[in-house]
Design a binder for this molecule. Structure first.
Ligand code: NAP
Length: 415
């Protein structure tokens, strides 16, 4: 099939937009060139000639010579307006904006169907790791059991640097921002929202369910302290922010983003810096492990480039699995084994657990290890705001239902 010449209208010339510009300069085989770039601040100093820049979105959207819009801005609502206008103008879109996608997924599916123009967004999930097309194509005929992984580069960088170099949370966050790993609004990263948004997209392509953002429980790393990491290390674990979606034995799906213990000898524990890694579990092929750079100018631009290349051959997501009825695990029945640390009343916290395996009450804080329903965990969190928790495992009928090493539980409960 002959490649189509791509004349790009680019929105955003920040970390990823400028990265894409440079990557395209070094990829002459792809018949693609950037015609105009729309930015927000016209007076900002730029590394390339000023003639190409504009602040007028319509001059890209209405230009008949532009046949693809690449949307790489850091404002999800403005991005949705741009993407919608582009599709209605008959132009396909490549985007890296997971927040925009997660918040408008159904509308975007409808717009693609209505206009016949596609939106590709491989860069929105784990940047350089080719997950979406894999879930869409390769796992189509395979029975996917679960997705588990580190899908946010800046939180992995922060936890890793706190752990390895002993630096503070604030210092590690500053470094992640300076390196271009963190979102413009770092709360999206550290509170787990960015990972939640990515998990929503992975669930669409993995399981065919279009969830609302409010249906995915998330907790971030902003309350994790050096003491929690020391506790994990002492027991032979690391703390990672994991996104997980899996089917329970009754076929119901659960989806969670939260700090989690991973065994030191596991592949996920070895994932350092801003790398991302995802385990996919399927019925016949067991587990596959994907590892790659999950943030930064070039890794993210490389995924945008891959989408542009796919687009030049007319590729589109078919959403073949979409529309499957989803039954989410009941929050009162989804049982989590967690480590809970609180500066508040530890004994009162324990009342929320259905099974307490270990309690420690110190002078300033205490911790509990035990089993709690997701419903009670949410109540506990809202009543003890200055506390943190780390997931040990997800249980079903007191059996471990995901990948974690069971020795974790034994080690914790035997101390
Ligand atoms: N950074 C990463 O590693 C990474 C990884 C994966 C996905 N992403 C996603 O990629 C997107 C871009 O991220 P980034 O890190 O490149 O952001 P960034 O460095 O903050 O750059 C944002 C760019 O968007 C422009 N912009 C903002 N609002 C605009 C509007 N209404 N119209 C036109 N331009 C506008 C800004 O213009 P000015 O230059 O004039 O301020 C700037 O050039 C985000 O959706 C992000 O979630 C980023």
């Amino acid at each position: 099939m002959e490649r189509q010449q791509l004349n790009i209208g680019l929105f955003g010339f920040g970390c990823v937009g400028e990265g894409l510009y440079q990557v395209l300069e070094r990829t002459p085989t792809l018949k693609a060139s950037i015609r105009k770039i729309c930015i927000k601040h016209p007076d900002k100093k730029r590394s390339i000639t000023s003639e190409i820049f504009t602040t007028e979105a319509p001059s890209l959207l209405n230009d008949p010579n532009i046949n693809v819009i690449v949307e790489l801005i850091d404002d999800s609502e403005a991005a949705f307006v741009i993407v919608k206008a582009a599709l209605l103008a008959g132009k396909p879109v490549v985007s890296a904006n997971k927040k925009m996608l997660a918040e408008h997924f159904e509308e975007l599916m409808f717009l693609q169907e209505q206009t016949g123009c596609q939106v590709l967004y491989e860069a929105a999930c784990c940047a350089s790791i080719p997950l979406i097309r894999n879930l869409e194509e390769y796992y189509d005929n395979d029975l996917l059991g679960g997705i588990e992984g580190i899908v946010n580069g800046s939180t992995n960088y922060i936890l890793d640097q706190m752990d390895v170099r002993g630096i503070s949370f604030a210092e590690a966050l500053r470094e992640a921002q300076a390196a271009g790993y963190a979102e413009s609004n770092p709360a999206l990263d550290i509170e787990g929202i960015d990972a939640r948004n990515k998990l929503l997209i992975l669930i669409v392509h993995g399981f065919g369910h279009v969830l609302q953002t409010s249906q995915i429980f998330y907790a971030g790393i902003h309350k994790i302290e050096a003491a929690d990491q020391a506790f994990a290390k002492e027991k032979g674990y690391k703390i990672k922010l994991l996104a997980r979606a899996a089917k329970l034995a009754n076929g119901n799906l659960y989806a969670l983003v939260c700090p989690s213990f991973v065994p030191l000898n596991s592949r996920l524990a070895q994932v350092g810096e801003a790398y991302n890694a995802v385990n996919l579990q399927s019925s016949f092929s067991e587990s596959q492990f994907f590892l790659g750079k999950g943030a930064g100018a070039f890794p993210t631009a490389s995924a945008v480039l891959s989408d542009l290349s796919a687009l030049s051959y007319g590729y589109r997501y078919e959403y073949r699995k979409a529309g499957q009825a989803v039954v989410l695990a009941n929050e009162a029945e989804l049982i989590l084994r967690i480590y809970w640390r609180t500066n508040g009343d530890t004994q009162r916290s324990a009342l929320y657990f259905q099974n307490v395996e270990q309690v420690f009450i110190g002078q300033t804080q205490g911790f509990i290890i035990g089993e709690i329903s997701l419903k009670n965990l949410k109540l506990l969190q809202s009543n003890f705001r200055e506390s943190s928790f780390v997931l040990v495992d997800v249980l079903e009928e007191n059996k471990t239902v995901f990948i974690q090493d069971l020795s974790l539980v034994e080690t914790l409960t035997s101390t």
